[in-house]
Write a protein that binds this ligand. Structure first.
Ligand SMILES: [Zn+2]
Length: 350
């Protein structure tokens, strides 16, 4: 689809007038959308149709943070006439459970968020209780895709085996609490026997990645300084989050990656990875706020009051949860109930 000839303008909704710290984000959004009219060679042109993805991991139950993410994912896709992909990110086999997958499909249906591509029904068990055929949007069904992507990187001599344990790296890298451990490149300089471990890293160059977040504005990140050479497969043969997501976003034709601010640091490294995999039209990104209680306390699953499943059992309506999540994400001035079909109103363009 050709780029649009003019930027859609963003109609500022009632939440924009809110005096909250997040109240001005949509002004950034409007500016960023306009800025993307002058697209570089590796930027996605602004299109009137945006393909987004909702990509939960079946490692637990859906909680209010997922609901907030869904509001952005469905809202932007609907406002821009795009399509939503439902991807099940079960690359970490040790933490995923079929019961969680069933529960998240069920909760998503209950909330009323229906994907256009790979809807919940496509993931359901057959009447015989068996999984349907390998699913193109379920990560564990697509090992061949990651194997092929790894081969592309290997052909460029960007991959080396890493025999370091987590403890090795921790002992080499002094870091303050909360700071990301940067891999010091131990095995880059003295590669071990590839047969001795399944762990593989990708060489990162010193490129500074510049991109525009649709909410936060212009960003720069230097992945080689943040995390060092990127782990793409772990010792047990599991694909890492960073690798699987970059491969999938390209394979699924995602135009806009929408996720929480806690994953902002992933963007630079995923961009470098995507380019190495041959990507020429990298996705736009929007990182939304993580939910916090009115007290400012970070809302987490551990709080117990945020699981969709529990709130459902306690008698909450889907619209009440969506209204609450929209408010906690800074999108509305009140917790008024909101139907999943109406979330586009929060992002309307004219
Ligand atoms: Zn190593």
């Amino acid at each position: 689809m050709p780029p649009e000839s003019h930027a859609p303008s963003v109609r500022i909704g009632h939440a924009e007038r809110a005096a909250s710290p997040q109240g001005t984000w949509r002004a950034h959004f409007a500016e960023s959308v306009a800025a993307h009219q002058a697209v570089g060679p590796d930027e996605a042109p602004v299109r009137t149709r945006w393909r987004t993805r909702f990509a939960p991991a079946p490692t637990g139950y859906l909680h209010l943070g997922h609901v907030a993410n869904a509001i952005f994912v469905w809202g932007l896709a609907r406002a821009f006439g795009g399509a939503v992909v439902l991807r099940l990110e079960d690359h970490d086999r040790s933490r995923c459970r079929p019961a969680f997958e069933d529960a998240l499909l069920d909760d998503l249906d209950w909330l009323g968020f229906e994907a256009d591509i790979a809807p919940t029904s496509s993931y359901r068990l057959t009447s015989e209780g068996a999984r349907s055929a390998p699913h193109p949007y379920r990560q564990s069904d697509n090992d061949a895709r990651y194997v092929a992507a790894l081969a592309v990187l290997e052909q460029q001599r960007l991959i080396y085996p890493c025999t370091c344990t987590r403890r090795d790296i921790a002992s080499l890298v002094p870091r303050t609490t909360g700071e990301e451990a940067r891999y010091p490149g131990t095995c880059r300089d003295a590669p071990g026997d590839p047969a001795s471990t399944l762990a593989r890293r990708m060489l990162l160059d010193d490129t500074v990645e510049s991109f525009v977040d649709l909410r936060l504005g212009a960003m720069t990140q230097q992945p080689s300084a943040q995390c060092g050479d990127l782990l793409v497969r772990d010792r047990s043969g599991g694909w890492t989050y960073q690798f699987a997501v970059a491969v999938d976003d390209a394979a699924h034709g995602i135009d806009v990656i929408i996720r929480g601010e806690d994953l902002l640091s992933s963007t630079g490294r995923q961009r470098q990875l995507s380019r190495r995999l041959g990507g020429v039209r990298l996705p736009l990104v929007l990182h939304h706020p993580l939910l916090v209680h009115a007290s400012g306390e970070k809302l987490s699953k551990a709080n117990g009051d945020t699981a969709v499943r529990e709130r459902r059992r306690a008698g909450a309506t889907a619209a009440a949860l969506i209204g609450e999540a929209a408010h906690l994400a800074g999108l509305t001035t009140s917790r008024a109930p909101m139907d999943a079909r109406d979330v586009a109103s929060l992002f309307l363009v004219t």
